[in-house]
Design a protein around this ligand. Sequence first.
Ligand SMILES: NC(=O)c1ccc[n+]([C@@H]2O[C@H](COP(=O)([O-])OP(=O)(O)OC[C@H]3O[C@@H](n4cnc5c(N)ncnc54)[C@H](OP(=O)(O)O)[C@@H]3O)[C@@H](O)[C@H]2O)c1
Length: 324
Amino acid sequence: MKAIVQDEYGDADRLELRDVPPPLARPGEVLLDVHAAGLDRGAWHLMTGLPLVGRAAMGLRRPRWPVGMEVSGVVSAVGDGVTALAVGERVLGVGTATYAERARAKVKHLVRKPDELSYVEAAALPVSAVTALQAVRDVGRVSPGDRVLVIGASGGVGTYAVQLARVLGAEVAGVCRTEKVDGVRALGADPVVDYTRDDLADHAGRYDVVVDLGGLRPVRELRRLLTPRGTLVIAGGEGGGRMLGGLQRQFTALALSPFVRQRLATFVSVTKAEDLATVADLAARGEIRPVIDTTFPLDAMPDAMRALVRSDVLGKIVITVRED
Ligand SMILES: NC(=O)c1ccc[n+]([C@@H]2O[C@H](COP(=O)([O-])OP(=O)(O)OC[C@H]3O[C@@H](n4cnc5c(N)ncnc54)[C@H](OP(=O)(O)O)[C@@H]3O)[C@@H](O)[C@H]2O)c1
């Protein structure tokens, strides 16, 4: 089968389309005929091996597994002990090495694909929408009437965070670059702050919850945006040194939180079937909308990664493997 593989850490030039043997479903897993696979920042981390501290899990010298987590497709074989899914079922979720014609996935990381969603839409949900749900609902504890600020509102996670905070009844403001202001406003964010022109300091003290997904603003700057008892959720942000990337801020927030009235939180998203089902159901009912910027065929996956690195994207890029 055709698959995107890489032998060494590096930039998108390391990603190659090759003929490789198809994977086998292990116990508790299924094999999928991949229809579409979403691209998210996690793929960039695995491709580059950055930050270096992450190599303890990703592989010290070279990546332990190929890139690609978000997936939608059709079950083509089931591993030992699998009764919850059968051959022929249409699913979405998180798998391994999903930029390929076939990929394996744990049954507990999959849910049935609603008929209302295309494979492309379904593949844009699993990591990004679940991360946004956990950031806004579980860690941010957003409730009706809250004022929420999403920094990185134009990204894969942020476009869902804006919509999910609104579903929870919040008033949502977003932060992004000039070219994406209209797109973020169309998701229901108001106001939308253009970080290349406007000063976020003008928004001091306004927000019950700040969800930070982009840039590397210091914790003290983010705290100034909060009400005296507000909540800061740091979920990501790229850049920083090679060793820790943006993680320094997360450590600062955790260390400081017990000593201040504001709640300063961070988290690592976990794939849960009930959360996958929640975002799939909200999307099927039209309450949230996967924002698909561009689709790329499998052989152009390295170009998709280059577009992500340029931040040339509103919402999500999806790799298409079979006809939708
Ligand atoms: N904690 C977890 O478990 C978890 C899970 C998934 C992702 N993440 C992390 O969350 C972050 C966002 O992921 P993603 O998939 O949404 O990435 P993405 O699609 O690449 O989006 C990145 C966002 O950051 C924004 N940004 C970049 N520079 C900025 C600046 N100086 N000020 C404000 N915003 C800025 C971008 O806005 P413009 O494009 O408008 O410039 C864009 O909205 C990443 O760091 C990722 O690693 C964490």
